[in-house]
Design a protein around this ligand. Structure first.
Ligand code: HH2
Length: 260
């Protein structure tokens, strides 16, 4: 999944793709580099972000979705927790709702996804981190609520992916724990998506301060681990580099250099 932030303030690429031509060029580049899904977001969710009203969020993302969805050749996902934005994005051609609040923030988002037959990425999140929690138990309780909401709304289980939410509502140690225990999350029986790209937990491991766009190597390391531990998808800013790295995972798994 390639990340397209059509925002002025995203933590790693804010302001780079908020003009439509730049956004379209970046989207086409990610698909030509091998992205299987494009994730378009109009509200930064970085810690301390400014909330964006739904109308403004839609004004940012809809032109890009309208231009890309019919022609880009891969499904477009919309990174929003707001039902109104999800509805507008799905009408504009989006196919997947990527909700950083796991369908639990806006009570109408699940029925919007259901009505459109959309896929759903449900990410684990909390208002604030609590170091005393066993993060896997916490995620399981959270996803039980998510799945109950999804089923009640009529979203088929086969349309749902789960995401541990690296960087959201967890201490750095819990984020690493969530990654280490990914097989237990996969055991719930849903495909799992991991988004560690450029995140600050990776910056903490660096010997010096790094900007988000200097975190490619640790991002690849985290996503290779995630893939090896069972992740079905990774959400990344740097598609070509991740494709190259993940080809090694696939080749080792297959025991063959033959391309699938
Ligand atoms: N991370 C971000 C945003 N959306 N969605 C899912 N499913 N998983 C994630 O890990 C995830 C996400 C934050 O990263 P980014 O979009 O690069 O930054 P910002 O929120 O500042 O736009």
């Amino acid at each position: 999944m390639g990340v397209l932030n059509v925002t002025p303030d995203s933590f790693s690429d804010g302001g780079r793709f908020d003009a439509l031509p730049a956004a379209l060029a970046q989207a086409r580049r990610m698909v030509s580099e091998g992205a299987d899904i494009l994730d378009i977001g109009g509200e930064s969710t970085r810690p301390g972000h400014a909330p964006v009203p739904a109308e403004q969020e839609q004004a940012r993302i809809l032109p890009a979705i309208r231009a890309l969805a019919p022609a880009i050749g891969v499904p477009v996902s919309v990174d929003t927790w707001k039902a109104a934005t999800a509805e507008a994005a799905l009408r504009a051609g989006g196919r997947i709702v990527n909700d950083i609040w796991g369908l639990q923030r806006d009570p109408d988002i699940a029925s919007v996804a259901a009505a459109h037959g959309a896929g759903v990425v449900a990410m684990h999140n909390r208002e604030s981190a609590d170091a005393s929690l066993d993060i896997l138990d916490e995620m399981k309780r959270f996803f039980e609520r998510t799945l109950a909401i999804a089923r009640r709304a009529g979203i088929p289980d086969g349309h749902v992916m789960l995401d541990p939410g690296i960087g959201f509502g967890k201490t750095p140690d819990q984020q690493l724990d969530a990654l280490r225990r990914l097989p237990d999350l996969c055991a719930l029986g849903f495909p799992v998506l991991v988004g560690a790209s450029r995140k600050s937990v990776l910056g903490r491991l660096a010997p010096r301060e790094t900007r988000p766009d200097e975190r490619l190597i640790p991002s690849i390391a985290a996503h290779v681990i995630a893939a090896q531990l069972g992740a079905a998808a990774v959400r990344v800013h740097d598609v070509a580099a991740h494709r190259e790295a993940l080809r090694v995972v696939e080749a080792v798994r297959a025991g063959s250099v033959a391309r699938p």
